[in-house]
Design a protein around this ligand. Sequence first.
Ligand SMILES: [Zn+2]
Ligand SMILES: [Zn+2]
Length: 551
Amino acid sequence: MAKALSEIAAIKKALGDNKFAVGAYYKAATFVANLAAPIAEVDLENTKGIGEKISRSIKELLSTGKIQFIVDNQRYLQADQKVEELQRVEGIGEKTALVIYHKLGISTLEQLKKAVADGSISAAFKDKTVEKIKRGIEYLETTKGRIRLDEGMALAFKIYQYMKPFVKRIEFCGSLRRSKETVGDVDFAIVAQNGVDALRKFEQMPIVTKIIDSGDKKSSVWVNGVRVDCYVFTDDLFESGIMHLTGSDEHNKRLREIAISKGWILSQYGIYNRGSDNKRTGDRLDDGTETGIYKLLGLEWIPPEHREGNIEIVKYALGNLVPLLQSSDIESDYHVHSTWSDGTNSVRENVEFAIANGFKRIAICDHSQSLKIAKGLSVERLQEKIAEIKQLRKEFPNIKILIGTEVDIKGDGSLDYPDEVLQQLDIVVAAIHTNTKKDVTEIYQTAIRSGKVHVIAHITGRMINERPGLEMNVEEVLKTCAQYNVAIELNCQPNRLDANDAILKRCKALGVKISLGSDAHEKNQIKYVKSFGLWISKRAWLTKDDLLDKD
Ligand SMILES: [Zn+2]
Ligand SMILES: [Zn+2]
């Protein structure tokens, strides 16, 4: 009965009925589902929330075993299932998706792309909407449906908090656990007293927009276009399970090859002897922990950030690894904005926050004079700022406050302050902020060769899922940095994470130091250095020695 009522609601929604009528049916469905007594015994006329129409539908189902309205409108129910894929396009809500389905007979992304390309979509929409759909598809193609690490983390944290009361153990896996800068879908592994119940709770989370699959061992849902999978494990299979789900696929493949070479089979069930039929045989060989599985394979435990492919296996097999970077190794934030330019907190507030969060060094780097939209500092105002910081230093002896600037690199590679001004500063962080048609490699090299620059900020200028980086020969710029002892910034804003892990690895190889900078425009963002900054540094295999240490 509850199912029938929610089907009526779904059909009415598809038909564009007003949302109160639709809501009434959904509410009635919930009411019926929670009834203690059989529905036939309920006095429908005197039940709050059950109107005349709903009461009629209930009686119809009780007496005939079906509701004609549902039978007649079955296709709308199917449509509702079908258009979920279209809704992955930004700007296509359920309503637009249903119009696309009913007017154009389109239910897949592939078909939609074709209709946009050949113009046939114009039969159903005005130019403005077509333009919006086009942009949505382009966006989906550039992001490949992946969300940023911080968005993935926020989503995972919400789910974690919600599920916590219903589970004994819970862990997110996949690329999120490996701290990739973008994540495709979000995977959870749980252990629960009653796994099936926990999965039903998972499906009933208020943020769920649609249930994709509902099983006894696994459940999959959409949350605003992001797929979230939840897997149930028993206690003894939990760690081999999360190891399997964490990946990467390449990493797992290498591990399975090692197992095979030893006459074993490795899977989400742990390690077993391989029988003549290539199946698991005998007792489980490992102790059920991640560490134990790696150990049996002859490896040290590999942190998720390093589980990407080939090279880590060799290194971890050899042992003697330098210690992995830890939060406590990070003592400096070399890129913080204050109210002197476009930051929302004063120097004092930033400094107090940095001390409270365990930093030993903070560089106050406001914008330079040409960057008018970001309230860049004139030479006179910069002098006032220098005076203020010198004053504050006396008050805060436990932290080193560096007087810095985020100086603009102009189109000809020159810097936005005269040399004699830059010489007064402890740290000069240089950045390109305007799009230029000139050779970016040359612009950077000119700036680096000036001998006035300590750090290059957000080298590529990319914004994750928004815009690609500047075109340049990164390798040549890094080589020049190595020559002139200039560091490369890891900008820890989660929409930048620039330089990325691949460039950072090159820096390490070339002996270029890495400067961690929050680019905080609000004091809380200073924390990004110890979260996103730490994670991406780990992915790049950085150690404490690779970090800039500027006094
Ligand atoms: Zn900047
Ligand atoms: Zn900045």
